[in-house]
Write a protein that binds this ligand. Structure first.
Ligand code: NAP
Ligand code: MG
Length: 485
């Protein structure tokens, strides 16, 4: 078991109280590490370090080129160390190693993208009707508090850190209590790649005792949060007292819509991939599978047959397509929804713990059908390998069902009829819409939700906007007095 410290002001430190909490491998249920249990006092230390770095340290004098190069160096470290990082990620959160390797490539690409974008942040000359020069300057928002979940631990850290650093902000990052390890490993290279002390601080701790003080801290200018809707709502309220900038990515109950004229084989694959990738622990999971009635039985049968062949196993085995859920708590949560589902709908497959592997928080791929869109398993985010299949009769009904949800993160539509596809794309109330695919995500394109899936956008040029303020500068060129009085 490895004992980690956390990273504040360029140093590896214990929590002020000197207490630690355990980190598990969900495939063996064993403790693999311990990390400091940060509290409000530790948050104060981290915020003070970030504040000093932003207000007066060398970071405040850094050029966009400096920051860009630094992000490229960090990307290269991640690429060089991918085997080690991917293995640790899989051990800590349970996802199949092949998926972790994709995640590490995406982490590096994210740092590269924002490394390049750092030098493309442009101001503006405003055409004011005066003998004056009017400018809009883009400036970093200041100290950013960043709170992330456990489903894509290092990737979520990269989505938050990369744009913030490109913009010139200083950061205090709090990983999820379950999955702090890869972020701490990455912090080992911060000094080497040229990050001055205090620019990125990583505090390990729990939401209530470390996350909340970060959100409430008067010296923090912005909070970027990804996680559950319940916590997101608390964050908005907590941030109100200090009028922080807030961006929220809160998951959803995304519809994956299949019309009868879709390519059948591709559709079956797309339905399964959409909801079961990463054990279904995906904010954009296509957890409501809407299928046109004329293909409904055949679709359900083919999907069930193929779901039965998904290979569950230890995350580090390369053939594994589904690992355990991240924690005992999540395992119990998902199983409680499976029990609810058994009362609300019909079960096609799954619904219990698989016989093997014998240990670990595994849940078999589970498909419920004839689900009513008002059922709890169709309305609430389960965040596990549980699909709700819902029939529909026509395009109008498909759109109505798809939009009948408090969420609006993502959606997908499958058909070969481009007129129908574009009508549906326009009608869907979601921040991300895929056509004839579900889940591919690229750093170049915006990511974020409508409705209760949150606000603000990550990735692409939109992502850096959320870390920038706009300053209007008016330069009078008229040397005469105003002459008003
Ligand atoms: P969560 O409770 O929303 O946690 C997300 C992050 O917020 C974690 O770092 C968490 O800390 C922190 N946090 C919790 N309470 C907080 C508070 N009062 N103030 C500030 N920060 C706080 O999500 P979870 O417990 O990991 O998972 C619960 C459910 O959330 C899942 O079943 C799923 O439905 C949803 N979820 C959604 C996403 C997404 O991408 N949209 C991701 C993960 C989970 P600690 O967990 O470290 O205590
Ligand atoms: Mg939690």
């Amino acid at each position: 078991m490895k004992s980690y410290r956390m990273y504040i002001n360029g140093e590896w430190v214990e929590s002020c109280r000197g207490t630690y909490f355990p980190v598990h491998d969900p495939s063996t249920e064993e403790i693999i590490a311990e990390v400091p249990d940060a509290n409000a006092q530790d948050v104060d230390r981290a915020v003070a370090a970030a504040r000093a770095a932003f207000d007066s340290g060398p970071w405040s004098q850094s050029t966009a080129q400096d920051r860009g190069r630094l992000l490229f160096r960090l990307a290269q470290k991640v690429r060089d160390e991918t085997p080690r990082l991917a293995e640790l990620e899989s051990r800590n959160c349970g996802k199949p190693i092949v998926e972790s390797e994709y995640d590490m490539a995406d982490v590096a690409t994210c740092f590269e993208y924002y490394g390049g974008l750092a030098t493309k942040v442009l101001g503006h000359v405003n055409p004011v009707p005066a003998n004056a020069l009017s400018l809009s300057l883009r400036e970093p928002v200041g100290v950013a508090g960043q709170i992330i979940p456990w489903n894509y631990p290092l990737l979520m850290a990269a989505w938050k850190l990369a744009p913030a650093l490109a913009a010139g902000c200083a950061c205090v990052l709090k990983p999820a209590e379950q999955t702090p390890l890869t972020a701490l490993e990455m912090a080992q290279w911060f000094e080497e790649v040229g990050l001055p002390p205090g620019v990125v601080n990583i505090i390990t701790g729990f939401g209530e005792t470390a996350g909340a003080p970060l959100v409430q801290h008067p010296q923090v200018n912005k909070i970027a949060f990804t996680g559950s809707a319940a916590v997101g709502k608390q964050i908005v309220k907590m941030a109100a007292d200090t009028v922080k900038r807030v961006t929220l990515e809160l998951g959803g109950k995304s519809p994956n819509i299949f019309f009868a004229d879709a390519d059948f084989e591709a559709a079956i694959d797309g339905a399964l991939f959409g909801v079961f990738i990463n054990q279904g622990e995906v904010c954009s999971a296509g957890s409501r599978i809407l299928v046109e009635r004329t293909i409904y039985s055949r679709f359900l049968e083919a999907m069930t047959e193929k779901a039965g062949r998904i290979k569950l196993g230890p995350p580090l085995e390369r053939e594994t397509k589904m690992g355990p859920l991240v924690s005992k708590e999540q395992y119990e949560r998902v199983n409680s929804y499976v029990e609810i589902g058994k009362k609300e709908a019909k079960l096609a497959i799954g619904g219990s713990r698989p016989a093997s592997p014998a240990r670990g928080y595994y849940v078999a791929p589970t498909i419920f059908y004839d689900v009513d869109n008002s059922a709890r398993i169709a309305r609430e985010e389960i965040f596990g390998p549980v699909a709700a299949v819902i029939p529909f009769n026509n395009e109008t009904e498909a759109i109505r069902l798809a939009n009948d949800t408090p969420y609006g993160l993502a959606a997908a539509v499958w058909s070969r009829d481009i007129f129908k596809v574009f009508r549906v794309v326009k009608a869907l109330r979601a921040g991300v819409v895929w056509v004839n695919h579900m889940q591919p995500t690229y750093v170049e394109a915006p990511w974020g939700g409508y409705k209760q899936s949150g606000f603000g956008r990550e990735l692409g040029p939109w992502g850096i906007e959320e870390y920038l303020e706009t300053k209007q500068v008016h330069i009078n060129l008229d040397e005469q007095p105003i002459g008003w009085y």
